[in-house]
Design a protein around this ligand. Structure first.
Ligand SMILES: *Cc1c(COP(=O)(O)O)cnc(C)c1O
Length: 401
């Protein structure tokens, strides 16, 4: 399915560069325009060096990430999906094991668990935050449970304190899927540094996106860092000596160089996303729609970095096509929860098993929130949503929002 990916492939043609009337979901060309010289310089530097695998560019970016996040170890890899896979491998999770996670996420979260022969055990979400509901976790734990993988969905931190508490009491580990939430904080702590290991993605549509695929593993545990280093590079520390069965999952030097340029801008980009979120809230409130559009909730003590700004309406599909007709791109993350995906049918789930996630899948709609979005564009988005709701002539507020 890979909805995120398909969408990002469309951002080129939909870019506002060249057509001011279209509002894309994401405008990577606008971002590139603002950092063009530095990016091209860094690319040239790598090409001139002809050192493409690991080396100084990758080490430098890893150090910057570790420093930025305040973590002891930051280990890059080929994608966010691989970061999850490598973490589970580092802990020896596989056949016969169970790993608890959310059904309302990108496929890779549960896919990495299943790929290793372990069983993804889904726990329903909190309807306000779309993140895994800690209250459902305890009863999902069995003697086979090895780990809990909360996702900081859309850029909002999952409710980590109760999750860590349950995990500590029941002797299971916690792995953060922070792919959508780089820079977000939970009671002051950067997400990805709160549990045993944090997994990040540099897929182009993430808040820190490369020129292709990339990922990062973050941990404070030296033994796990050592295992991750081995596993990402064929299980070897020195050439042609293989201590364990690993993978080829490294971050390209080209990606590291480009991401290094972008990392310096990340705080400003996150602030711009937060400013845009505040503007949406203001404009919707101004039109008396704050109650009829399910605006994203931000939990106390959480800093949301808005990889997506997701509203919630009952007539979602009709609103989406109405906006599309008016030149406004939106996307549905995610149109089907994972327990109802064909790839996970072997788990034996049915519609109704995770009703909160299923209702969210039917009602959520992500509006453009990218940093370069301007006030007039946001006004237009809100006006078009308002026009649709007026035309509908009935309240669309969801029972779950
Ligand atoms: C993007 C994403 C991933 C996977 O990252 P890739 O770099 O695309 O492999 C995993 N989990 C979540 C929640 C994501 O959004």
């Amino acid at each position: 399915m890979e909805a995120t990916k398909a969408e990002s492939l469309e951002t080129g043609p939909q870019s506002t560069v060249g057509n001011k009337d279209l509002i894309p979901l994401l405008d990577l060309k606008a971002q590139f325009t603002s950092i063009r010289d530095d990016v091209l310089k860094s690319v040239t530097r790598v090409i001139e060096s002809q050192q493409f695998i690991l080396g100084p560019e990758v080490s430098a970016f890893e150090s910057e990430m570790a420093q930025t996040l305040g973590a002891k170890f930051a280990i890059s890899c080929a994608s966010g999906s691989d970061a999850l896979l490598l973490t589970l491998m580092a802990y020896g999770i596989g056949s016969g094991d169970e790993v608890i996670t959310t059904p309302f996420t990108f496929v890779a979260t549960a896919g990495s668990i299943a790929r290793l022969g372990a069983r993804p055990v889904f726990v329903d979400i909190n309807p306000a935050t779309y993140n895994i509901d800690p209250f459902g976790i305890e009863e999902a734990i069995t003697p086979r449970t090895r780990a809990i993988v909360p996702v900081h969905l859309f850029g909002q931190p999952a409710d980590m304190a109760p999750i860590l508490d349950i995990a500590a009491r029941r002797g299971v580990l916690v792995i953060e899927d922070a792919a959508q939430a780089i820079g977000a904080r939970y009671h002051g702590a950067p997400v990805g540094t709160i549990a045993q290991v944090g997994c990040f993605s540099f897929f182009p549509s993430k808040n820190l996106g490369g020129a292709g695929d990339g990922g990062m593993l973050v941990t404070n545990i030296p033994e796990i860092a050592g295992r991750l280093l081995l596993l990402r590079s064929h299980g070897s520390r020195s050439k042609y000596h293989h201590e364990v069965l690993g993978m080829n999952s490294r971050l390209d030097a080209l990606q590291a160089a480009i991401l290094g340029v972008k990392l310096a801008h990340l705080p400003a980009w996150s602030q711009a996303r937060q400013r845009n979120a505040d503007r949406y809230r203001f404009f919707f409130a101004e039109r008396g729609l704050a109650d009829s559009v399910g605006l994203p909730a931000v939990e106390a003590g959480c800093e949301h970095v808005y990889n997506q700004f997701v509203i919630r309406v009952r007539d979602r599909d009709r609103l989406k096509s109405a906006l599309q007709q008016r030149g406004i791109a939106t996307e549905v993350y995610y149109p089907s929860p994972l327990h109802l995906q064909p790839a996970f049918s072997y788990l034996g789930h049915h519609a109704g098993d995770f009703p909160v996630a299923e209702a969210a899948s039917a009602e959520v709609l992500a509006l453009p929130i990218y940093p370069e979005l301007v006030e007039t564009q946001q006004r237009r988005v809100v006006e078009e949503v308002a026009a649709f709701l007026r035309g509908n002539g009935r309240p669309v507020r969801s029972e779950h929002a």
